[in-house]
Design a protein around this ligand. Structure first.
Ligand SMILES: Cc1ncc(COP(=O)(O)O)c(C=O)c1O
Length: 383
């Protein structure tokens, strides 16, 4: 028998630069990877003609996430391929409601937002983000005022990719109210931080969810839940979209893709049921403790770093030397890097990284004076 397995990660490295939890083993679901296709084609709330689907599990997942994001009675959603698809779905829905709506997002929004705008050919305006990645509400006011006569579609972020900043829906709504914008749609891309933020005590929660004014919100399933394949969950405050059934499948085509992954809802339901809300909260608290520990250690070695309250992300204001960044798969954007302390990482992993960083920096410091010597002693070649 031939076994086809991906090559293992050569160095058995842990990922500290990208946000995928690794503390959950989904191997018990492996028997589902047999011959049977699981395809949730069409609307999750209308089973349709085919029987090889997991729409009951999908509905359970959507309902749990909708409760976490404080949806009212009118609610709908589905399991997507990821937050990217959720952003596309939301902007398309916003355009359906406001065909002349102007999309607004910040410079810190994930690249999937401008991509969705491009795909949908929607007019858009980019608002500044402050130095820590949160929307600049003064710039929002300035830009919306210029377009005060048209509906506004806000693509906000709860947990920006590089710094995990959270755009505040209360401040956004206050700006729109002040300017008198009545036609509005608020979508929140909460790919990484949505679930951890939703599990905070009510007095600590920032304004980001459906009860805070969002019309839709999306999370990734392969980040905090640690799903072993890309997936996500979109939830909206609207009732199920009214669309005629497609006769071929016996279900309305209310999602973005046609055929949809039927394994993903089983994975997500398993993660939700296994941990329960208490377990999920404990994982989030532990990840924040790791982030706090990492920040302390970086401060000890005098590496410029910081984090937002509640964030798993520790921002490095100076990128690591290239060899260290490559060894630990650490991304850099605009001369900033980050570490994301996801469940599954240990203090030991992060200490190893910090020691590596410190040693590489020491080596670099020792090397620099030697390299500089010729420059100070004599000059060769062009000035
Ligand atoms: C803020 C934000 N939005 C969207 C995405 C894309 O999510 P997905 O991989 O689930 O499509 C990411 C991924 O890093 C992200 O950080």
């Amino acid at each position: 028998m031939t076994t086809i397995l991906p090559a293992p990660d050569t160095a058995g490295r842990v990922s500290i630069g990208y946000p995928g939890a690794t503390d959950v083993d989904f191997a018990e679901l492996a028997p589902l990877m047999g011959r049977k296709l699981l395809n949730n084609v069409g609307d999750p709330y209308v089973d349709g003609i085919g029987t090889g689907h997991t729409k009951a599990a999908e509905r359970q997942v959507v309902e749990i996430i909708a409760d976490l994001f404080r949806a009212g009675d009118d609610r709908w959603g589905y399991v997507t391929t990821g937050a990217t698809e959720g952003n596309l779905w939301a902007l398309r829905e916003a355009r359906r409601r406001y065909p002349d709506g102007l999309v607004i997002h910040t410079t810190a929004a994930h690249y999937s937002v401008p991509k969705a705008i491009d795909l949908l050919a929607m007019p858009s305006v980019v608002v500044a983000a402050d130095d820590r990645g949160e929307m600049d509400y003064t710039d929002l006011r300035r830009k919306v005022t210029r377009h005060r006569d048209r509906p506004v579609i806000i693509a906000a972020t709860a947990g920006t990719t590089m710094t995990e900043a959270v755009d505040d829906l209360h401040q956004i709504t206050a700006v729109l109210d002040d300017i008198g914008v009545t036609g509005r749609y608020l979508h929140v891309d909460a790919a990484l931080a949505g679930i951890p933020l939703a599990l905070l005590e009510p007095d600590q929660r920032p304004g980001f969810d459906l009860a805070d004014g969002a019309d839709s919100i999306v999370v990734s399933g392969h980040k905090f839940f640690g799903a072993p394949m890309p997936c996500g969950v979109l939830v909206t405050t609207a009732a199920a979209p009214t669309q005629a059934s497609v006769s071929y499948i016996g279900s309305p085509d209310t999602t973005i893709t046609g055929s949809r992954n039927g394994h993903a809802p089983l994975i997500l339901r398993s993660a939700l049921q296994r941990h329960g809300l208490t377990g999920l909260r404990t994982r989030a608290e532990h990840a924040r403790e790791l982030a706090a520990h990492t920040l302390n250690r970086l401060t000890e070695i005098r590496w410029p770093a910081w984090r937002h309250p509640h964030a798993f992300t520790v921002v490095l204001d100076r990128p690591p030397p290239p060899a260290v960044a490559a060894r630990w798969s650490i991304p850099t954007e605009n001369r900033r890097s980050h570490i994301v302390c996801m469940p599954g990482l240990t203090q030991h992993d992060l200490d190893r990284f910090i020691n590596d960083l410190r040693n590489a920096t020491r080596r670099q410091r020792r090397a620099i004076p030697r390299q500089r010597q010729p420059a100070t002693g004599y000059r060769t070649g062009n000035p």
